[in-house]
Design a protein around this ligand. Sequence first.
Ligand code: ADP
Ligand code: MG
Length: 331
Amino acid sequence: MEGGKLSAVRIAVREAPYRQFLGRREPSVVEFPPWSDGKSLVVERNEYHFDHAYPSTVGQEVVYQDLIQPLVERVILGFQCTALAYGQTGTGKSYSMGMASTDKPEHLGVLPRVLSDILDRVSAMKENRTGNTQVFASFIEIYNEKAYDLLGSEPHVPMVAARCHRCTCLPLNRQEDLQSLLNLGTGNRRVRATNLNASSSRSHAVVTIHVKSSTFHSRMNIVDLAGSEGVRRTGHEGVARQEGVNINLGLLSINKVVMSMAAGHTVIPYRDSVLTTVLQAYINKITHRTVVSYLLACISPHRCDLSETLSTLRFGTSAKKLRLNPMQVAR
Ligand code: ADP
Ligand code: MG
């Protein structure tokens, strides 16, 4: 990543707290061995190594400072950065990314913290009269293989996926502007209850904070993916089953993109799903600036979720091998 030639996806794993409604407290399936130095965890006697491994006791502030704050420094310099939350429903993806509102500062997630840091830097730049930099945000949803501009005048009409970069950008001048923007977008999201989590969202959400100056347009993308669990566990038929298939198509495609890159292939199958088409600009090298990304893999402490936990850890492990090569091209 250093030196601007290669960029890497960094991987962190975060264990969710116990879900209250599961009753009796069993020991977590995830262990954090004392020798791990905060970088490894053990599940079913297998040890997994990542850039960070967080037990459920670690709070939002630490996760932000370790993973995301260094990316904010890059965004201000004109880099494209992405923070992506992956994992089963109910494991804290939306909580970590800060998609929901909260009154308690310790619960603030990535999004409000990123904005606050970016606004601070931009106002310092203005005081120093170093350029006319402005901050905007866009909010898109990918649902059932279609992308929607949640801040646009027609939030229920699908966009052409390849034109998602032309979606509506609203100015963020103050921290308070974020909440009204999220309320507007969230109100337009499609939420469908499932057996797993009554408020589970069945779609992928991408909130982008844009920093525009006369010399660059950089982006911090905050991606809250739909639950990675298989359709078999959501218990829906018909339309909802089709949604499940499409949610998995997006996630499978991310897997395929990551695997292809990790294997050093020159043709990367971005166009296999709307999600990867939209993310292509963010995970590929689109400017002379290096792309920097963080994947937060969220896992459950519960034994009943073990197979999903293992599949999330496998995904994280393959993503770890990812090194973007500037010669790689999109199909
Ligand atoms: P997901 O988006 O992965 O489906 P959520 O972010 O909605 O999961 O989390 C499910 C519930 O657990 C929410 O009520 C959330 O506030 C809570 N939660 C998740 N992670 C944490 C955490 N680390 N600390 C406190 N509460 C959490
Ligand atoms: Mg969620």
